[in-house]
Design a protein around this ligand. Structure first.
Ligand code: BTN
Length: 305
């Protein structure tokens, strides 16, 4: 019902009477009024007068009813510790493939390598629960694919020239716009679930330890709809799952990366390695050619060029 009320309010910029809403939607005016109150309570700027209701401006809301056709798998929280925490509970509780946990703000947002991910209002923070049919040895490809598909969404919606940096960062103009963190649980060799958490700088002022970060609004000079961006990403990513061509991901990634054939310093939890990044293998590991002529395969770390 909320999605239908919002649709009618969005269609008409003037005041829409309670009577018109009630006739159109086949429910009582009291019921309309209750839904409007709920929408106002969760932040929609709906003016309510004796003449009826008016949506003053479109809130960039991420509530389930904003996602037609997916609403049952969308879980929205105004503020939580981290979407990773909530998604982990959901996944262990049996949540379906492609369930999405979204937060407007996270007060303990997590980045890779135990870093903090500052998650102020205006950014897009979500974790996608996935139950792929893939061997755990190749599960890393899912994160690479997510980064590629976020590039596509940014390109298609906003004409941004997005590239990937090893392992899963998305950059525009050399600055980070999106980071990915994932968490997996297996049963024997098979993947039980992979939770892919994505933090996107959209309408927020990004804070990033590398201090080289940007946001969609900074690049475009205006705020954009986070919902539209999330929907486009989910559509593209879901198509990829349908085609299930996981063996093509790394080739596609190599075409969109700035990480290969250049000097790299890679920081892992144990060490810092320097060399020339020459390849990524089928499991997503970075292959560095070292000064002594040997090669080193690095599975997890942060890469600086
Ligand atoms: C990185 O360090 O680049 C990864 C950042 C991942 C941030 C996202 S925001 C949504 C999800 N919840 C978190 O706490 N982290 C991920």
């Amino acid at each position: 019902m909320k999605d239908q009320i919002l649709r009618l309010l969005r269609e008409d910029e003037t005041v829409v009477s309670g009577e018109m809403l009630s006739n159109e939607l086949g429910v009582s005016r009291v019921s309309i009024w209750k839904h409007i109150r709920k929408l106002q309570d969760v932040g929609y700027p709906i003016e309510s007068t004796a003449k009826g209701y008016r949506l003053l401006r479109d809130a960039d809301a991420l509530h389930p009813w904003e996602f037609a056709g997916r609403s049952e798998k969308i879980h929205f929280f105004p503020e939580i510790s981290s979407t990773m925490d909530v998604a982990l509970d959901f996944a262990r509780g049996g949540a379906d493939h492609f369930t999405v946990v979204i937060a407007d703000r996270q007060n303990k947002g997590r980045g890779r390598l135990k870093r903090q991910w500052f998650s102020d209002t205006g950014g897009l923070y979500f974790t996608l629960i996935l139950r792929p049919v893939i061997s755990s040895a190749y599960s890393g490809r899912i994160n690479f694919a997510a980064a590629l598909d976020m590039c596509r969404a940014l390109e298609e919606l906003f004409s941004l020239d997005a590239v990937v940096k090893w392992p899963n960062d998305v950059l525009v103009n050399g600055k980070k716009i999106c980071g990915i963190l994932s968490q997996m649980e297996c049963e024997d060799e098979a993947v039980a679930f992979i939770n892919v958490g994505m933090g996107l700088n959209v309408n927020n002022n990004p804070v990033n330890e590398e201090s080289r970060a940007t946001s969609v609004s900074e690049l475009l000079g205006k705020n954009v709809s986070r919902k539209e961006l999330l929907c486009r990403f989910l559509d593209i990513f879901q198509e990829r799952f349908k085609s299930a061509q996981w063996d093509r991901v790394m080739d596609e990634w190599k075409k969109r990366t700035i990480s290969l054939n250049r000097k790299a310093r890679v920081v892992t939890v144990k060490e810092i390695v320097e060399g020339k990044a020459v390849d990524v293998d089928e499991s997503g590991a970075l292959i560095l050619a070292l000064a002594d002529g040997s090669r080193k395969r690095i599975l997890y770390g942060d890469c600086f060029h």
